[in-house]
Design a protein around this ligand. Structure first.
Ligand code: ADP
Length: 542
């Protein structure tokens, strides 16, 4: 920072040689030396200050900058006078004209304010705090601005605001959770107390006694689940939960879950369908079975709870060394803006929801944290009013060091094998019945099974795929029955064998089926030998 002191010094120095001056004006020279030394000191101090110091006139023209200011604004030593305060003010700064403030300052009123400045050349915005005061520069009134970089402080402030908002939100959620908890505990407790009392009635019929005792049992299970969830959340919080890897078969796990939830889903008239991504013998993996079961249970429970009509489908596929399991429903759905929020603890899409559907808002956060423990994650694709699909991805670790070429996608079998196999379309609306047929044919690698959930789906599949070799057609199905479906399929493929399979096996049923184009007829429950024999007869597989 140079001022015009040098000019006066030069005038005095102009009197002659240093030694000459010294002998004639020893006192003056001493003063000059002292002044020079103190100016240097002052300059050193000003340049070592970690704030930027700018001196400018009342129109904003920059007169001088300390070293820190030059660095902050990217201004070179020779460029100082080219710039004004306006050049280093961000266009995003509201009320960017400081003329009125400067006038006040020149009238002896210092000011402190926050400002958005701009770095020359890079145009980088810098939030700063500015303290301005009046001064005299080269004998004229000027303004000295001390500028402190606030970038880090602003980031810190922002973090603090976010943390505060989060803490407030968590607090709000916890309060809501306690209200919910009281409601969720009271409901089954009332059931238990009320019906346990009624069980004491000596005149109660046996049938009613069984009903009441069922209610007591169900309410107790509901309470247990609440306690389990709360305990699990606190164990997850304290990181006490360990992963226990073991070998297990995904297909069997899906089947176990299917049988666990099928009664509940039947009660609500919402069928559950299973889509297995790998044949039984290839579906063994290494992971934590009970955690995966817990994750899928939570998703299935929600799917049943939040679906009023339609169906639920659970399945998986293997891709890029990852097992992607999914639970799909045709329920109430979630709007995209809430699809992250619902994975947070205690959070529910709508507050009224807990009253209507019950629940504490813990299931998904438990599921997500467990998925993360398995090295995976959960994602959701959903549409309000149309349904949701929850995807659980976990690392694919096949058991027994068997290496599968997953890059070829095991979802579809490789072409060579597929060519040798017979495609059998099974039209069956009851998932249990389909799973039964699948189990009967499972051991036979010659069959590639496709599932249609009603007659219309069976027709659509056949219309789009002319490589189907045989159809096993249930007769009583929703949307389109087996008779109509067979008629339509036969009109396009008269030679495609269609075998009717139905629980109604009177002579008339048989005749009706044959009349609608079926080639043969099987009565349920199907017997393995009979089924294989008939399929063999049509496909000549041996
Ligand atoms: P809870 O079901 O006990 O409320 P969850 O953590 O399991 O808690 O789910 C959180 C919220 O996510 C639910 O309250 C609901 O709003 C939403 N949700 C979860 N699963 C579904 C689903 N299958 N369909 C629609 N909404 C869902």
């Amino acid at each position: 920072m140079e001022n015009d002191w040098s000019k006066y010094r030069d005038k005095i120095v102009g009197l002659g040689e240093h030694s000459l001056r010294k002998s004639y004006y020893p006192e003056l020279q001493e003063k000059i030396d002292k002044l020079e030394a103190s100016q240097k000191n002052l300059q050193t101090i000003i340049n070592s200050i970690s704030d930027a110091i700018i001196i400018h006139d009342s129109s904003g023209c920059i007169l001088s900058l300390n070293e820190h200011a030059k660095k902050l604004y990217n201004i070179g030593d020779n460029e100082i006078k080219q710039y004004t305060i306006h050049d280093i003010t961000s266009p995003n700064q509201e009320g960017g004209d400081l003329s009125a403030t400067w006038n006040n300052v020149l009238n002896n009123t210092p000011q402190v304010f926050e400002w958005l400045t701009l770095q020359i050349n890079t145009n980088k915005e810098l939030p700063v705090q500015v303290s301005i005061n009046h001064t005299i520069w080269d004998g004229k009134p000027a303004i000295v601005a001390v500028v402190r970089d606030f970038t880090e402080r602003k980031i810190f402030e922002q973090e603090l605001i976010l943390a505060k908002e989060k803490a407030e939100e968590a607090n709000k959620l916890k309060t809501e959770f306690l209200h919910n908890l009281s409601h969720e505990v009271r409901t089954p407790m009332n059931g238990i107390i009320g019906f346990a009392e009624m069980l004491e009635d000596p005149d109660l019929s046996n049938e009613m006694r069984i009903n009441y005792s069922k209610i007591v049992q169900n309410s107790s299970f509901q309470l247990l689940k609440i306690i389990d969830d709360i305990l699990e959340i606190s164990s997850l919080e304290t990181k006490q939960i360990k992963v226990k890897k073991e070998e297990f078969c995904i297909n069997s796990l899906l089947m176990a879950l299917f049988s666990q939830y099928s009664v509940k889903s039947q009660e609500r008239d919402i069928p559950i369908y299973i889509k297995k991504g790998l044949p039984q013998h290839q579906s063994k993996i290494i992971s934590d079975k009970s955690k995966l079961a817990k994750i899928l249970s939570n998703l299935l429970e929600n799917a049943i709870k939040y679906t009023n009509e339609g169906f639920i489908e659970m399945g998986y596929r293997v891709e890029n060394q990852t097992v992607v399991l999914y639970v799909k429903d045709t329920g109430i759905g979630i709007s995209p803006e809430n699809s992250d929020k619902i994975f947070e603890r205690f959070s529910q899409e709508e507050k009224d929801m807990s009253r209507k559907y019950g629940g504490l808002g813990l299931g998904l956060s438990i599921a997500k944290e467990n998925a993360k423990l398995l090295g995976g994650d959960i994602e959701i694709i959903s549409e309000k009013g149309r349904g949701s699909v929850f995807y659980v991805s976990i690392p694919y670790e096949p058991s027994g060091n068997r290496v599968h070429d997953v890059s070829k996608s095991l979802w579809n079998k490789d072409e060579e094998t597929q060519n040798k196999r017979y495609k059998i379309l099974i039209a069956e609306d009851e998932e249990v019945n389909y799973l039964y047929i699948e189990a009967l044919l499972e051991g036979n690698s010659k069959f590639n099974l496709i599932h249609a959930k009603n007659g219309k789906e069976a027709v659509d599949i056949c219309m789009n795929d002319n490589s189907i070799d045989l159809v096993l057609m249930d007769i009583k199905m929703p949307v389109m029955n087996g008779h109509e479906a067979t008629k339509r399929i036969k009109s396009k493929y008269p030679d495609l064998p269609v075998i009717a399979q139905t629980a109604y096996s009177t002579k008339l049923d048989k005749e009706l089926a044959l009349k609608h184009g079926c080639d043969d007829f099987l009565s349920k429950p199907l017997k393995k030998e009979v089924l294989l024999k008939l399929i063999n007869a049509y496909l000549v597989t041996e």
